[in-house]
Design a binder for this molecule. Structure first.
Ligand code: ADP
Length: 251
């Protein structure tokens, strides 16, 4: 379970990105985080794997205080949490499977990583993950020959190869056309349901959030203004999240 207790995030320049956040997210939930640009969606999910440090309150994952983690414990903790970005973050000049195999780099000896030597088990695991997102047939194709949607699936397969308990996705479909975006959201949903992996997605598209997520969290100026089932997101709720300009919104 991910638990925020009165969490605050103050950036070094004094800007308060998150104010008094209280949340409990159970294992296996599919949560969409929506809000205006600059509302604090990214900040919220990036505190969960310590890409950002929280500066007040307490954040725990399975009762472990995230801010107490250091060195090896922090690295091991981060292995449990997959991160997906808008920009895929792939090595485009190499094959699809080599991108997925990079998931193993943090846990293999340096010389294997340096020479790109992977075991049969690692290769099979990478192929299994590519199969889960429907692009096994592209394993040996160069990454830059694939579409944006297929590249996001490679990123998803790479994340699955680390056996995550949680996937954090920061605007994963923002760079995709509507049809491809839906396909990638289908992948997230299937992975969430079949593997019981918690999925937290920051998303601009309210329609996709409502269609795919079980739960929606609406953020405005660093504060939660809605937290509940996607089915209960009414126009009044959307007004609360989006209407006017919130404090701290990017121009
Ligand atoms: P969102 O994901 O909802 O677009 P962010 O979480 O990226 O919003 O940003 C929330 C607010 O925090 C924004 O106003 C942004 O300008 C500010 N912010 C983000 N990163 C920093 C930083 N490193 N230093 C100061 N302010 C930041």
């Amino acid at each position: 379970m991910i638990k925020f207790e009165n969490v605050t995030k103050k950036y070094p320049n004094g800007f308060v990105g998150l104010k008094n956040i209280n949340l409990e997210i159970e294992q296996g939930e599919f949560v969409a985080i929506i809000g205006l640009s600059g509302a604090g969606k990214s900040t919220l999910i990036r505190t969960i794997n310590r890409m950002h440090d929280v500066t007040g309150g307490k954040l725990t994952v399975d009762d472990v205080d995230v801010m107490s983690l250091q060195g090896k414990a922090l690295r091991q903790f981060r292995r449990k949490i997959g991160m997906i970005f808008q920009s895929f973050n792939l090595i485009t000049r190499t094959t699809v499977i080599k991108n997925v195999l990079t998931a193993f780099v943090p846990e293999i000896p340096w010389y294997r990583a340096a020479f790109g030597i992977f075991t049969k088990e690692e290769k099979l695991k990478a192929m299994e993950c590519l199969d889960k997102v429907g692009i096994l047939d592209k394993s040996f194709v160069r990454t830059d020959q694939l579409s944006g949607g297929q590249q996001q699936r490679i990123a998803l397969a790479r994340t699955l190869a680390q056996n995550p308990q949680i996937i954090l996705a920061d605007e994963p479909v923002a760079a995709l056309d509507p049809v491809t975006a839906t396909q990638v959201m289908d992948d997230f949903k299937r992975i969430n349901k079949d593997m019981n992996i918690s999925v937290l997605i920051n998303i601009h598209h309210v329609d996709l959030a409502l269609k795919y997520a079980d739960r929606v969290i609406g953020i405005r100026a660093g504060e939660i203004v809605y937290d509940g089932p996607s089915a209960n997101v009414t126009d009044e709720v959307l007004d609360r999240i989006y209407k006017g300009k919130s404090e701290g919104v990017k121009a």
